[in-house]
Ligand binder design. Structure first.
Ligand SMILES: *Cc1c(COP(=O)(O)O)cnc(C)c1O
Length: 221
């Protein structure tokens, strides 16, 4: 077995059946991706539109591509025809653009709202007030070509497991309260995307339903 296949199998072993593994393939070659694909895996994630486009062209059509990185509005049109889920929605303006392009393609696009839970100021995402404001706005309610599937967040990059655990547990609470408050009639609001190579096991303990793992499978970038 190749190194990638061995590592993929050990990650999959750590991920319970009710949690989806998004294999993050950014900077990795089509060959590397195909090794995981041949194990039967179909869900892959990229963080840049310009990298995702040629991979989508080249690789098998039954791959479900997730976009996990920051998305600019002017790039939405490129991915709208095929993207399976966008994890990084952090404004109403972006959501409106996704809705517009989804409509043009006669699609409904799955989206997660990205929350800012980390200490670092550089990470994108909404705070609790911005989330409430977005969901309560009239224009949000009128968007028919997007499907809000849940929330996404990234913990602080730190060795301090207690802090990471606390941030994930906080995001889980926001997820549950948002679901109860606004999405109790929407069974589609059920995903909580949290956890990467360094913290996915902690994230699963704290209620993650989707982990985004790259380095643990493909090695360092
Ligand atoms: C790169 C990336 C990941 C995967 O990170 P690893 O540490 O390689 O597992 C997950 N989520 C996002 C948003 C990323 O940009």
């Amino acid at each position: 077995m190749s190194n990638i296949v061995t590592k993929f199998k050990s990650v999959i072993y750590n991920v319970p059946e009710n949690v989806k593994l998004i294999v993050i393939s950014k900077t990795k070659s089509a060959d590397d991706i195909m090794q995981v694909y041949r194990c039967g895996h179909r869900i892959f994630g990229e963080s840049k539109v310009q990298e995702l486009m040629p991979k989508n062209e080249e690789l098998p059509k039954d791959i479900q591509w997730h976009l996990v990185g920051h998305l600019q509005r002017n790039k939405v049109k490129y991915i709208a025809p095929f993207i399976s889920m966008i994890h990084s929605v952090d404004s109403l303006r972006l959501l409106k653009e996704i809705n517009k392009e989804a409509k043009k393609n006669d699609r409904i696009i799955n989206c997660l709202l990205q929350m800012h839970i980390a200490e670092e100021e550089t990470k994108f995402g909404l705070d609790q007030d911005e989330l409430n404001e977005l969901i309560k706005s009239e224009s949000f309610k009128s968007l028919k070509n997007i499907n809000i599937c849940g929330l996404m967040g990234m913990a602080t990059f730190t060795e301090d497991t207690k802090q990471v655990k606390h941030e994930f547990s906080n995001l889980y609470k926001i997820f549950i309260s948002t679901k109860e408050r606004y999405f109790s009639q929407s069974p589609n609001f059920k995903e909580l995307s949290m956890g990467m190579t360094s913290d996915y096991e902690t994230a699963i303990e704290e209620g993650s339903t989707m982990v985004r793992v790259g380095t643990a499978i493909f090695g360092e970038r």
